[in-house]
Design a protein around this ligand. Structure first.
Ligand SMILES: [Cu+2]
Length: 802
């Protein structure tokens, strides 16, 4: 058994230090200054000047950015520029990001008036293609995150909840798991600050997005269904990209630049609160930043006022960022630490009683004349401890069962973007990720032979390494036609060392597992083809096909015990069942066809309606076979072994916005709607797939007037009847909720207030799994029921910039 971080940690430190020294040595950090300047005024749509807007100017040749802030009369000025092509971005909360190309030629300085447009709540992702134009592509939505958003979202995954095609599986308070078009968890690729990390817990209590505090996120993008291969790989559901703000640098005429935000929030249901701080100090070439957060949440109450046990959490995050830029180079070194001393899981037999994660992430971006090279290396080390938590220990027959898991990820990504001509660009890349996993469950004195006299080795030296390469071409053939074509290969190697149980009672399973040939190599090929056609300023059509593969995770392959108690510890589904791995599992291969049609006014400001239908056929979908069932009290559970079965998922998303009124006196009123409908079927049995979100719609009315934004939202969710019989998945009734949100901003100071579930409606969470706590509280005798949702909660959030 090897659970020592010391060796790998030291090795990684040496490796990073060497790399850092090499890169720093190679980078010549000086800027080429010139005499031109860019200046102007930032205005709102009614012509009033905006002070405090952030103005960024990117040098297209070198990638170096300059930044300034508009003054009291809305004036901005960036000087010491040289002639050339630049890209200007202006942002101010509540307004859409302003973005345009600017050329400074030999005739000298320029004056540019920037008029910002009011923001819509969700904005389509813009990607810059070879031709320099900005295109939104199929099934993608992007959202910028304000400090105030933390008040209404319990975790980073919840920041995504109103995005089309996405639903959330409720888990622990920090651990919501995103589901894209019915495909969830490891089927979705999560890229957080350029890193891809693994869930090391056998119950997925620490999914990748739980590693980021909402206060440290500035932007999230969701690609459901068709994903460019440059962002996909080893996933079949789609990709979620979450990024922290880019490091700040002083403007050319600024000596030292200091900026930061202090924010805090409070939520009434669960008495949740937490301060967060981000701050940075920079010169034109060097930047030092820190972001930290702390939060504490107690158990919430449902709509009937009942306390829902094991919904508490406490968590701390610290991240330090060092960055350097100059002469076409950008170097960013990030190191962070996360500590979660406890987090309850109402839908699991166990709770999190300790989780400490450290990471180091190094990014190097270099402008090579025409092309751009972007490289990253990262390392994450996780020590995760489970046992029954403080609530479960008060129930009859508490099962004390320590489980210690140690996971490490190390990897790199390399991307090289080459503009081939005015119309075509190519991106080439490579990725590597190696995950190592050990899980040891210490003996509990006096419980032999069930939980002693030896430790239970659940996973010893589990290894999953993945090496990938890809090539992608984006082309703008005519002003009306755009295409994206990509091919990708991911080779995944998995293996796990020999195991042993608490006692001789487990030796039959252990011996059988140890005798198996356990090393596996999976070779996956992905293909993405996308086309976009804009016949006029009012209609856009998109169509695409994607072939995507995902190799099994370590627990799916190597969870070895068929004993009831120990197999019940392998469960990231929140369904109370018992899971056994299968060394013979094959990778899942998904074939997705999707289209989108969007109708809008010429400026996309007055109205827009978008429909996205999709169908995915998954060959060898990793589902389960039933080994046995057992009835304890009034509840029946299944023991299930992972197995490949073909499946199909089909559905459609609807996304619509319309402006209702707009005047200088009454501001702008707008109505938005997001809906999702989908079905999933296993093809051999014709039965439903687990946790398919029922038909659901969100309708929002929003008023924006100067610094004020706000309005009500109605959320309608149909009953869930199409369930998975093998997992004994419960039905849930439909429900309607009213939420209220208001925000006010003055300069950069932001205040957010609102209410979720305003009418205090009592309902079951359709993707919340079962309430295992309530079942334990009944002495393992009662009827196991779905988990109930939080009742009414008021929230207040505040952020103060400096
Ligand atoms: Cu865990």
């Amino acid at each position: 058994m090897r659970i020592d971080a010391g060796k790998s940690g030291a090795w990684v430190a040496v490796w990073f230090a060497t790399l850092l020294a090499t890169v720093l040595g190679a980078a010549v950090l000086h800027a080429v200054a010139g005499n031109w300047e860019l200046s102007g005024t930032v205005l709102d749509p009614s012509g009033h000047s905006i002070s405090g807007a952030i103005v960024r100017l990117f040098d297209s040749a070198t990638g170096i950015s300059s930044k300034t802030v508009s003054d009291k009369s809305g004036q901005y000025r960036i000087s010491a520029l040289r002639a050339g092509r630049y890209h200007l971005q202006v942002e101010f909360p509540g307004f859409s990001l302003y973005s345009r190309d600017v050329t400074l030629d030999e005739s000298g300085s320029r004056n540019l008036v920037v008029t910002l447009k009011l923001a819509t709540r969700k904005e389509s992702l813009t990607i810059t293609t070879a031709s320099g134009g900005a295109d939104s592509l199929l099934g993608r939505t992007k959202r910028s995150v304000d400090a105030g958003d933390r008040a209404g979202a319990m975790n980073t995954a919840q920041l995504l909840r109103d995005m089309p095609g996405l639903s959330l599986r409720d888990n622990g308070a920090l651990a919501s798991i995103p589901v894209l078009h019915g495909l969830d968890d490891d089927r979705v690729k999560v890229v957080a600050n350029g890193m891809t990390v693994s869930s090391s817990c056998p119950n997925h209590m620490n999914p990748p997005l739980s590693r980021l505090d909402p206060s440290s996120v500035s932007q999230v993008s969701v690609m459901a269904g068709i994903t460019p291969v440059s962002l996909g790989g080893d996933s079949i559901g789609g990709t979620i990209v979450a990024d922290s703000p880019a490091p700040a640098f002083a403007a050319p005429d600024e000596h030292v630049h200091i900026e930061g935000t202090l924010s805090t929030f409070y939520r009434s249901n669960g008495q949740s609160y937490g301060p967060a701080l981000t701050a940075s100090m920079s010169s034109q070439h060097f930047s030092f930043g820190y972001s930290g957060s702390w939060n504490n949440t107690d158990n919430y109450r449902d709509g009937r006022g009942h306390l829902v046990t094991s919904t508490y959490v406490q968590n701390t995050n610290h991240t330090v960022t060092l960055a350097a830029q100059g002469a076409g180079n950008l170097l960013v070194l990030q190191a962070g630490f996360q500590n979660t001393p406890y987090e309850g899981f109402p839908n699991q037999q166990m709770d999190l009683v300790g989780d400490r994660a450290e990471f180091v992430n190094l990014r190097y971006r270099r402008d090579l004349g025409a092309s751009v090279l972007d490289a990253r290396v990262f390392w994450q080390n996780v020590r995760h401890e489970m046992n029954i938590g403080k609530d479960k220990s008060t129930f009859p027959m508490p099962m004390w069962m320590p489980m210690d898991t140690h996971g490490r990820d190390i990897g790199y990504t390399l991307k090289w973007t080459i503009p081939v001509s005015e119309r075509h660009a190519v991106q080439l890349g490579s990725e590597f990720q190696r995950f190592t996993l050990d899980s040891l469950w210490p003996a509990v004195p006096g419980t032999a032979p069930y939980m002693g006299p030896n430790a239970f080795i659940s996973m010893d030296d589990g290894r999953r390494a993945r090496l990938a390469w890809f090539g992608e071409a984006s082309s703008k053939w005519t002003p009306h036609w755009t295409t994206l074509l990509g091919v990708r290969n991911d080779t995944v190697w998995t293996n796990a060392g020999p195991v042993s149980g608490y006692s001789g009672m487990y030796s039959m399973d252990a011996d059988a597992f140890n005798a198996l040939h356990r090393a596996r190599t999976d070779i996956g090929f992905d293909l993405t083809a996308l086309a976009r056609y804009e016949p006029s300023a009012h209609v856009t059509f998109e169509a695409g096909y994607a072939r995507k593969t995902r190799a099994p995770n370590l627990y799916e392959r190597y969870a070895w015990s068929t004993d009831w108690m120990t197999s019940g510890m392998i469960n990231w589904f929140g369904d109370g069942n018992y899971y056994v791995g299968n060394v013979s599992l094959r990778p899942e291969v998904a074939h997705t066809v999707s289209g989108a049609a969007s109708w809008h006014d010429a400026t996309r400001e007055k109205w827009e309606i978008k429909v996205t239908p999709y169908q995915t056929f998954v060959r060898d979908y990793i589902d389960v076979n039933e080994l046995a069932t057992a009835t304890y009290g009034m509840s029946t559970f299944s023991q299930l072994m992972f197995a490949n079965h073909d499946a199909r998922i089909w559905g459609a998303d609807l996304d619509a916005t319309a402006a209702l009124w707009k005047s200088s006196k009454f501001g702008r009123g707008e109505i938005t709607g997001v809906g999702g409908w989908l079905h999933g079927r296993r093809l051999d049995t014709g039965t439903g797939l687990y946790q398919m979100m029922p038909f659901n719609v969100r309708l929002g009315l929003q008023e924006k007037l100067r610094g004020f934004t706000g309005g009500p939202e109605i959320q309608l969710v149909d009953r869930k009847r199409d369930t998975d019989p093998l997992r004994v998945e419960p039905h849930t009734p439909g429900y309607a909720l009213v939420n209220l949100h208001t925000g006010y901003q003055w300069q950069h100071f932001q205040l957010e207030a609102g209410a979720t579930n305003l009418l205090n409606r009592w309902y079951y969470l359709p993707l919340g799994g079962v309430n295992f706590d309530a079942y334990m509280a009944s002495g393992w005798m009662g009827q196991i029921l779905p988990l109930t949702a939080p009742g009414r909660s008021f929230y207040l959030g505040m952020s103060i910039p400096f």
